[in-house]
Design a protein around this ligand. Structure first.
Ligand code: UD1
Length: 444
């Protein structure tokens, strides 16, 4: 049994129960009749990878936080359930979420919520900074090969966390408040960078993270925390400085648009043909993606409202696509772009550098007639516009699931994508947005 820090209220329940009913994930599937042109406007939802660490950050704030442009996705529901478990008061009204953590009293995240998504690990740094003691278990989420949290734990240990791991249960505690450290990451892990930021904003002294992740969602988290009174500089570069402050207050904040969702709709437009305006995006976040969409033969137009993509459906191969940390091509976009390349004339080669096992969608694409050869981190796609036809396929993870929807849009006949609950973790009303643009897609 882990000894709790001095002054810690041991009368609190070890596992605060969720205020909402125990989460059961609704199974869903998508049915698509392909080969319909897309035309219209799609408003891009708020970024999943921003709102999740920002929601974790709300536990650090002593007064009300109002967050706008929050996507309606199941991962956000999970984060809200975690906050309620911790005793935070959370209200949701459309895309606005209000969190008041003033009377937060919990410190433990139940195993069933930890298993639902990997980002739940982000709460470790935040709860520790707020209460000095946190209990979590090994996080779940999409199966993308080994996803250890050693970088998170090493970094937080350098800041004074005493960690104990026992059969998948992790407890972190601090005898003194967390303190600053100079932390050099062995890999620019997005989640670890966010965890250190969350732990560092209330720590004593200035924490420096080198070789940190530079993703736009890191900048979004830093911007949000700075609005609450934190002192973070360098976010977006590879060295971040976090000068600890005594308290954080509340604020109103609007989450950035989701660049991965936008890239998915670009691939959907490319395979379907037509013209779609992706409204409300931040163009610079999509540079590596729009370059490839153009190479595939689509026209990209930057307008005041967003990015417009048009395609005549005749796509060119992409030669070599390597996934890299930002500003490189995102691993989360690899799967939808692989589906797109199945329709392009010629051979496209993918190299997945971020995760070990991120090609499970390729086997499902092959059920639709795609020709994909996987050799370790390399996938070789022999594209042909006429090869894919409708089939029953199964999403195994979030972005892989989205790739099957992209494939279904371009394929002849009817495609049924089972495992739609993975897609619902990150895509808000995907059937409605695509349907409004002319796709024949329903969710069951
Ligand atoms: C985040 C994103 C996810 C994206 C990924 C990479 C969120 C909520 N999720 O995930 O959509 O695919 O970045 O851009 O923002 N690693 C370790 N030890 C650690 C941490 C990571 O070995 O302690 C490895 C991972 O196994 C993986 C690589 O580092 O191979 C990248 O992981 P990381 O950047 O941490 O991804 P996440 O934060 O989990």
């Amino acid at each position: 049994m882990t000894e709790k820090p001095d002054g810690f209220d041991s009368s609190l329940p070890v596992h605060a129960k969720p205020h909402t009913k125990k989460g059961c994930i609704a199974l869903s599937e998508y049915v698509i009749n392909g080969r319909r042109k897309l035309n219209g406007v799609i408003d891009i939802q708020g970024a999943k990878n921003s709102i999740l660490p920002i929601l974790a950050g709300t536990v650090l704030c002593q007064s009300e936080v109002i967050l706008h442009h929050c996507p309606n996705i199941t991962d956000v529901e999970t984060a809200v359930r975690i906050l309620r478990c911790l005793g935070c008061v959370v209200r949701r009204d459309g895309t606005t979420i209000t969190v008041n953590s003033r009377n937060m009293h919990g410190y433990a995240i139940p195993d069933e919520l930890m298993r639902e998504m990997r980002s739940s690990v982000m709460f470790l740094g935040a709860i520790l900074a707020r209460t000095g003691y946190a209990e979590i278990s090994l996080p779940g989420g999409c199966e993308l090969g080994a996803r250890p949290i050693d970088i998170h734990l090493n970094a937080l240990s350098q800041m004074g966390m005493i960690v104990e791991e026992n059969h998948g249960k992790i407890t972190g505690r601090t005898v003194m408040p967390l303190h600053s450290a100079n932390i050099n990451l062995s890999f620019p892990s997005v989640g670890a960078t966010e965890n250190i930021i969350l732990a560092g904003v209330l720590a004593r002294g200035t924490t420096v993270i080198t070789n940190c992740a530079r993703e736009p969602e890191i900048v979004d988290l830093a911007d949000f925390l700075n609005r609450c009174g934190a002192k973070i500089t360098g976010a977006g570069d590879s060295i971040i400085y976090i000068e600890g402050v005594d308290t954080l207050s509340g604020t109103q904040y609007s989450v950035i648009p989701d660049r991965i969702v936008c890239a998915t709709y670009m691939a959907a437009t490319a395979v379907s043909g037509g013209k779609v305006l992706l409204r409300g995006v931040i163009k610079s976040h999509l540079d590596s993606v729009t370059t490839l969409i153009q190479q595939a033969g689509c026209e990209v137009e930057y307008t005041r409202e967003g990015i417009s993509v048009s395609s005549d459906g005749c796509l060119k191969k992409l030669r070599l696509i390597r996934t890299m940390p930002y500003p490189g091509f995102p691993t989360d976009t690899q799967a939808p772009f692989m589906a797109m390349c199945c329709f392009a004339e010629g051979t496209s080669v993918f190299v997945e550098n971020i995760f070990d096992s991120r090609y499970r969608h390729a086997y499902e694409l092959c059920r639709m007639g795609a020709e994909i050869d996987i050799q370790g981190k390399v996938a070789i796609v022999e594209g042909n516009r006429e090869h894919l036809s409708g089939s029953v396929v199964e999403a195994k993870d979030l972005r892989g699931g989205a790739s099957l929807i992209v494939a279904g849009l371009g394929a002849y006949g009817t495609t049924t994508v089972k495992g739609g609950q993975y897609i619902d973790r990150g895509y808000e009303k995907i059937e409605e947005y695509l349907g409004n643009a002319g796709a024949d897609i329903v969710k069951i």
